[in-house]
Every structure is written in C-alpha cells, then in structure tokens.
Design a protein around this ligand. Sequence first.
Ligand code: LLP
Length: 431
Amino acid sequence: MTERARHDRAVLELFPESATVEKGELAIGGRSAASLAEEFGTPLVVYCERTLRAQARAYRSAAPDALVIYGAKAFPNVALLRLFAEEGLGADVSTLGELRFALAAGVPGERLVVHGNNKSDEELRAAAGAAAGLVVLDAPDEVERAARAGVRRVLVRVTSGIEADTHDAIRTGHHGSKFGLPPDEAIAAIARAREARLEAAGLHVHVGSQLLDTQAARMTVEWLAAFAAECRAALGWTPAVVDVGGGLGVRHVEDERAPAVDEFVGELVARLEHAWDLHGLPRARLVLEPGRSLVGRAGMTLYRVGVVKVTREAAAWVAVDGGMSDNPRPQLYGARYTALLANRAGEERAGAYSVTGPHCEEEVVIRHVALPEPRRGDLLAVPATGAYTLAMASNYNVAPRPAAVLVADGRARLIRRRETLDDLLAREVDG
Ligand code: LLP
C-alpha cells in the first residue's frame, strides 16, 4: 500500500462505519457529502445510524445484564434518544431540558437516571413526576429534599479519589471534585436516605470522560468494591445497583488510540465481578452511562470552504463557515481534530493547512491538517464530532446553530433543524 493510501485509510477509520470514498467523493450512509451539503446546507452534523446502533449493541452485548443509559449531554437529541430507546437503552439526564427531551423520545421512566450536582426542588419533583428509575444524590441536603419531592429510589454518588488521565475539566472522581460526596459523607447520606424512607438502591461513580485506556475505570471499580464492603460494615447495607458512569473516549485523530467498547466494558465487568467476589458482596445490577462513545464516531461535521489565505508567516489558513460556535472543544480543551476534503478526497495532499472559522478571534478548528490545495466551495469533513459539539454550540457572532441529519441506506432525515436568523432575532426585546 502506498503512503498516501495508508494515510487515507487511517483518516477514513475515524469516520462513521458506513463511510466510503469513491471517485474522490466521501459518502456516509450511502449519501455523498456533496448531496447532503446541497440539501441541508453547511455547517451540517451528519450522524450515521449504523454506527449509532452498532455502538449501542456493543454495549448491550458486552454487558447483557447491565442497564445501559445514554449520557444525553453528549448530544441531547430526541431522535437519537428514541433510536437508543429502541435498542433497549435508557437515558442519563442532568437537567430539566434533558429530562424533557428523554420523555419526548418516549424513554421509559424506569430507564431514566437523573443527575445533577445542584438539583433544584423543581428538578427533583420532575424526576419524581417522570417516575425516574433512579435519582443520583449528589449533595448532603438532597436526601431530605428528594424525599419531600416524592423521589423513591436513589443512588449516592461517591468520589473515589482516583484521578483519571484526561483533561482537568472532565476529570470528576478526585477528592475535591464538585461532584459527589467523599466516602464518609456518602455513608452518612445512605444512612439518612434510609431514615427518610427512600430506597437507597446503590452507589454511583464517574471517574471522568474521554478515557483512552481502562486503567482509571478498573481502579475505580476495585475501589468501589472496597467501599461497598465499608458500607456493609458501617450500615449493614450493600448496594443492589452499581452505576459506574461513562467515560470511554473516542479517537479524533489518526495517532490516537481508544479501547473498543467490548474491551473497555469487558475489562470493567470482569474486574467488578472479581472485586465483588473478593469482598464477598452480593451481586449488584450494573448501570453504564456512556455518552461520547455512543455518538462521537457516528457524527461528522461538514463545512464549506471559503477564504484560503497564505499569511506572512507562511501559515496557510483555510476558513470554513463554522468553528467555535458549533464545536468549542478545540478552544475549551485543546482538542485535536483532522479532516478530509470531502469532494476531492482522493487527491494528493498539497501541504499542511490550519482550519479556522468566521468568528472574531484567532480560533483554530484544526492545527495543521494535510489536504489537497483547498479551493473556495470545497467541502471539509471533520470526523468524530458527534459528541459534545452541537451539545455545546453557541450563537457567538449571532451564528445560527447548525442542523443535524441522520443517514442510512442512502436516505437522510433531518433530526434537528438549522436555527434561522429569525429564530435568533425573535428573542431580542427592543423597547
Ligand atoms: N455520567 C455522568 C455522571 C457524567 O458526568 C458524564 C459526562 C457521563 C456519564 C458521560 O460520559 P462520557 O461517556 O461521554 O465520557 N464537554 C466535555 C465532556 C463532559 C463530560 C461530562 N460528563 C467534552 O467535550 O469533552
């Protein structure tokens, strides 16, 4: 295989499962990028149904006895929530908005897990009203407030002190985290929950996000078994449910490696069972809360190329019609991405380009990506943008947020319409 063919294949692997390049044209779900851009405009986030379902099934088959719930924050979207519900998944929701979306998608109450480090009484009442299967208590005063709101079944979120190898903003298991309770307080919260006649069903941990190996997750479940044994000694109580959060990362660039779902979940389940047996604990129902690993690879963003500029410092800029308003991750976390010229994917690379957007600062969407010489009107496809992009999109510079489509078998279905300037202007109050 030539160097170029190897590179092309390495980039293509980052795209959804159904991605192909034929005659230089990138297609997803049997639809060419060009036809999608023409029909729906750009920027456009394209989700591949096959990849979404495959990821959901990978979770179900790696842990057949577990309840798998989609961490809706990765991309809260009614169509995707419905698709995952069809696959037997539930939803992890952490705001009234995410709860509303999950209910609109028909996610059954018993498969809803309600999170939040600062739940309002209104949120607790809404969780009770939706007959959510589990509410995860995250603060000492939530025990009594949840009971008063009519919540019945709860987990207590505990911090293990384990520091995941990931970006500071998405590391959540360490002591001092704003999430969860330190072990002593968690034990006290379980005791109080039982006094308050809540069903204290179990424990919750979430070590962090975008984990590219299994180490922190393995250590966390071992720690959790020891903590469950401590609960038994202190309270005569053991968890019937163990929710180990989400966290599995996805590859955004060629040189990144991430475990596959079956590898990550397989190791986690094996460790958990082993550790549970070592402590002689009764088996607990496992809950998994994947967000990014369900939707990250399934989504790609299409942008239209505008200005191509070689500046004084000999830096070649490619400006596209979106950027930090539809994907703030490079700015927020230093996230790296790569890209293909979707309409000229087979051509020889002409050099390294930096991709920027239209916003009023030196935003860099991608620093140095090898591309054929881009021309105005070309389409740039950025892989692995399905998670935490549209979810965190803004209207910076009054940019309407992009549309999202779901593609399969040559058909594309709009799953979120593009915002219009009229939508944005309608919220303005003048006089
Ligand atoms: N469960 C809980 C309690 C969480 O806080 C999260 C993510 C998940 C599950 C899903 O985690 P995942 O499988 O997606 O790693 N905006 C950041 C990511 C924030 C993650 C927040 N919590 C980013 O763009 O990287």
